[in-house]
Design a protein around this ligand. Sequence first.
Ligand code: 2DT
Ligand code: MG
Length: 202
Amino acid sequence: EDNRVESRGALVVLEGLDRSGKSSQCSRLVSFLERQGISAELWRFPDRSTNVGQMISAYLANTSQLDDRTIHLLFSANRWEKRSLMETKLTTGTTLIVDRYSYSGVAFSSAKGLDLEWCKAPEIGLLAPDVVIYLDISPEKAADRGGYGGERYEKLEFQKKVAESYKVLYDASWKVVDAFQSIEDVEKELQDIVLDNPITSL
Ligand code: 2DT
Ligand code: MG
């Protein structure tokens, strides 16, 4: 029986440093929701499948160089180009579990020294998340996990700056999960957070 208070889906955003476990936890969360009979999809930003996404991907792979503000606006444009589909999914009852969103946009660009308010401006008008979950791990522990690829930003010194930027963005509404626990313990906490939300609670 479906007792959810609203029939729309929830917009759930996972944020965190590289190697914090976001991607695998997002997949696990989607599988969990589906097992509960809740329609859910895994989304990620950057969405590298679009034309804009391919420009971003080339930049991250260091095969193209772009001015810091230019790439910032491309990351934002990549969210804008998905906005209407995102809205349709949510209004037709699909919960979206999103691996990175505007907070990554602001955290990574402001970590380069760009003005915080300038970084936030292009995000105004994008859909607001119902839940923001921060997978909390120190940059050192994340780096110890290994598996940094060779992409731009995947360096301990830069990740430390990103961690500081996330602290500036932190809002009391965020759910902070200790990402240094076992995969299963993190998974359980995420399930509880999402089921605790009025939109996805059973
Ligand atoms: P993944 O490793 O998750 O694919 O991300 N980034 C991401 C930004 O700088 N701005 C953004 O708006 C977003 C969504 C974070 C690739 C890198 O891109 C960074 C890591
Ligand atoms: Mg990465």
